[in-house]
Design a protein around this ligand. Structure first.
Ligand SMILES: C[C@H](O)[C@H](O)[C@@H](O)[C@@H](O)C(=O)O
Ligand SMILES: [Mg+2]
Length: 396
């Protein structure tokens, strides 16, 4: 009898939403560093300048996807997507997954992507596809009794090392991280005074951390080429290691120009709001960046990230996924061109290490002294916190 005959099939796909932190990590209560006057493409409107939540950065909420196999095993994953994502999962994507062999992930991905191409391609549809894909990899690991990183070819290093994203790189250095990425607070609409404040903050942090600690700026799509060039030039003698996501994701031409403009030795990075191998092919072939930063919960999941990473490797470009907890750790540990990872400091003052998707996942690992050995529990090795109320709004 062929081994195929006893491979479990997918009995049901279920999608839920959750509010308050979790995978929609911008969905925090007040007073959190992650919503404190951070520059965005909306900063040109004063009414939307102080808080990203005012223009809806946390409008989606968390999407939880469960895939239940015919033997009762349940794989799950979480990403950003909320009710819209849940609707797409159950009303559209489920038809390409239910009844299929749990091993046929590539074919299910291809049908989910091509079956939604008329309204998807990127954005929320790719978040939803990513959620299903990650849940399928979790399920496969559980069925095989293996951590996902074993299914991806095994670890190329014993542990991961992390830089920390947050308001306090000085504290991150004390916690053992290899670098600190600051959110940029002021964009072009705040003129020369804003640029001066951006540089003053960086100078203060450089003073606090010394010369041998990475400092980066995350500009969250808020700048134009001229401002980003001037920021990079002014920050160069402060040892800015990279300037991240300076421009809107579709401005491939602007990124290529910025990369020609920045001082030699400074890196340009982007990609967290890009999706699929085609989007990253554009970034790579147009010479937009030195590091691509796909979010595995937004770019298409593990199945697509494998393709993106191979493309980047061929271009000698590093792949350092946007902070996405265990979903990227299991990938990064298996890739030579992913030498370090991001850890988003989700404590409101960025002064302690808390799980990134807090409070949604149980057993979610966190870096200790800036390092982490990826647990070898089956799948992604985490469980849903039963205290987090899941809702399933679209079942009627
Ligand atoms: C800190 C940044 O403004 C974003 O909130 C962050 O999610 C992302 O850009 C990152 O690279 O971590
Ligand atoms: Mg970023």
């Amino acid at each position: 009898m062929s081994a195929f005959t006893n491979t479990p099939t997918i009995r049901q796909v279920r999608a839920y939403t959750v509010r308050g932190g979790g995978a929609d990590y911008h969905d925090q209560s007040g007073g959190h560093w992650i919503d404190d006057h951070i520059a965005t493409p909306m900063s040109k409107y004063p009414e939307y300048r102080q808080s990203r939540q005012t223009f809806g950065l946390n409008v989606l909420g968390t999407l939880v996807v469960e895939v239940e196999a015919s033997d009762g095993t349940v794989g799950f994953a979480v990403t950003t997507g909320g009710e819209i994502g849940a609707w797409i999962v159950e009303k559209h994507l489920a038809r390409f997954v239910e009844g299929r062999r749990a091993t046929d992930i590539e074919k299910m991905w291809d049908q989910m992507f091509n079956g939604t191409l008329f309204y998807g391609r990127k954005g929320i549809v790719l978040n939803a596809i990513s959620g299903v894909d990650l849940a399928l990899w979790d399920l496969l690991g559980k069925l095989r009794g293996e951590p996902v990183y074993h299914l991806l070819g095994g670890p190329v290093r014993n542990e991961l090392q992390f830089y920390a994203t947050g308001a306090r790189p000085d504290l991150a250095k004390q916690m053992g991280f290899i670098g600190g990425k600051l959110p940029l607070h002021h964009g072009p609409a705040e003129g020369e005074e804003g640029l001066r404040r951006n540089i003053a903050l960086l100078a203060d942090m450089r003073e606090r951390v010394g010369d041998d600690f990475w400092l980066m700026y995350d500009c969250w799509m808020s700048l134009d080429v001229n401002y980003a060039t001037r920021l990079a030039q002014a920050a160069h003698n402060l040892g800015l290691k990279w300037i991240e996501e300076a421009l809107p994701p579709d401005d491939y031409w602007g990124y290529a120009e910025l990369r020609r403009n920045v001082p030699k030795g400074m890196m340009v990075t982007t990609g967290e709001h890009e999706a699929t191998r085609w989007g990253f092919r554009m970034l790579l072939e147009m010479g937009c960046c030195d590091i691509v930063q796909p979010d595995v919960g937004w770019c298409g999941g593990i199945t697509e990230l494998i393709k993106i990473s191979a493309l980047a490797d061929a271009h000698n470009v590093l792949v350092v996924p946007h902070g996405s907890s265990v979903y990227s750790y299991h990938f990064v540990v298996t890739r030579h061109n992913s030498p370090f990872a991001e850890f988003l400091m989700m404590a409101p003052k960025a002064d302690t290490v808390v799980p990134m998707f807090n409070p949604l996942l149980l057993d979610e690992p966190v870096p200790v002294n800036g390092r982490l050995k990826v647990p070898d529990r089956p799948g992604f090795g985490v469980r849903l916190n039963p205290d987090c109320a899941l809702s399933r709004p679209h079942t009627h």
